[in-house]
Design a protein around this ligand. Structure first.
Ligand code: GDP
Length: 296
């Protein structure tokens, strides 16, 4: 919770104070609330939706004073955060394939290391496939994280075919009896068609080898980028079927409100949050705890 301090401060400063005190509930107040939510990085669409719901409920319940909206707002936000499946779709007795997608720099490599570590702690045998073959540095970095996490990595040299790496990864997962195969992918948004082709090809290989896979497609987003994270969610949503989000760098940012936009606008359930640079700094996302932290 301490990692959410800045987001919480921003939320209290901007949003909570609007629904405090004995000001009358009128259009001016709703405008103020909308503005506050947008400023807290919740996103325009989601802010409008929240205000609309509150307007309706305030009328239904004949509420009169600002403070009476606070509980309602917390309730609505909790409901929004709870939507969707937040736990990882992992089962014993099969090779669980987790595809990791996202733009470079958002914390993809770090998150793969942390996630592999976490799964290993939970008793799963994890294998990582270095499907981002575009940059040699990406492969090297991933190798470092895998070593730290104590999991094996399958990689080829820079420039090789990502789908071939994935194929190798699946074969290795079979022969080594791995429970989970985590696949890194390149995150170059400059060319959406290429990205789409590459991810499609990887998907085809997975589907051919593991008919019910991939079991998760996790999009890594950087909370510090605020509304940029939302536009990345939109673009990746058009390219692949995203099953969940890893939201990184929530520590030290005031822009955690972006999580509401991700959940509400794109219906991508947040599954993990990154709260630091160390191996242990990946947490399961707990919607209620998050909402409670926002309202203090
Ligand atoms: P990639 O290019 O997407 O693979 O990004 P990296 O995994 O290399 O991460 C980019 C930078 O973000 C590195 O300096 C990481 O230490 C940092 N980083 C990643 N996740 C977090 C996080 O949850 N919190 C903080 N504070 N830093 C993070």
């Amino acid at each position: 919770k301490e990692s959410l301090v800045k987001t919480k401060e921003a939320f209290v400063e901007k949003v909570t104070q609007v629904v405090t005190g004995r000001k009358p509930i009128d259009e001016e107040l709703f405008d103020e609330l909308e503005e506050a939510l947008i400023q807290a990085d919740v996103g325009v669409t989601t802010s409008l939706k929240l205000v609309e719901t509150l307007r309706k409920k305030a009328k239904e319940n004949k509420l009169e004073e600002a403070h009476e909206l606070r509980g309602l707002l917390e309730e609505e936000i909790t409901r929004m955060l709870e939507e969707g499946e937040h736990t990882l779709n992992i089962q014993k007795g099969r090779i669980n394939v987790i595809l990791i997608v996202g733009v470079n720099g958002v914390g993809k490599t770090t998150s793969i290391g942390k996630l592999s570590h976490k799964l290993k702690q939970d008793g799963y045998k994890v294998l990582v496939a270095a499907g981002d073959t575009f940059r040699a540095a990406a492969i090297d970095q991933l190798e470092v994280w895998c070593q730290r996490a104590g999991v094996d990595i399958i990689h080829q040299k820079e420039g090789s075919d990502p789908a071939a790496v994935v194929y190798d990864g699946i074969q290795a997962a079979r022969s080594r009896k791995a429970d989970v195969l985590v696949i890194d992918t390149a995150g170059r948004l400059q060319n959406k068609t290429n990205l789409m082709e590459e991810l499609r090809k990887i998907r085809r290989v997975v589907e051919r080898e593991i008919p019910d896979g991939p079991h998760e497609v996790l999009l890594v987003l950087d909370a510090t980028t605020g509304q940029n994270a939302l536009s990345q969610a939109r673009i990746f949503g058009e390219v692949v079927q995203v099953s969940g989000v890893i939201l990184t760098k929530l520590d030290g940012t005031a822009k955690g409100g972006v999580i509401l936009g991700i959940q509400n606008e794109y219906k991508f359930p947040v599954k993990f949050i990154g709260v630091g640079e160390k191996m242990e700094d990946l947490r399961d996302f707990e919607p209620q705890a998050f909402a409670q932290a926002l309202f203090g």
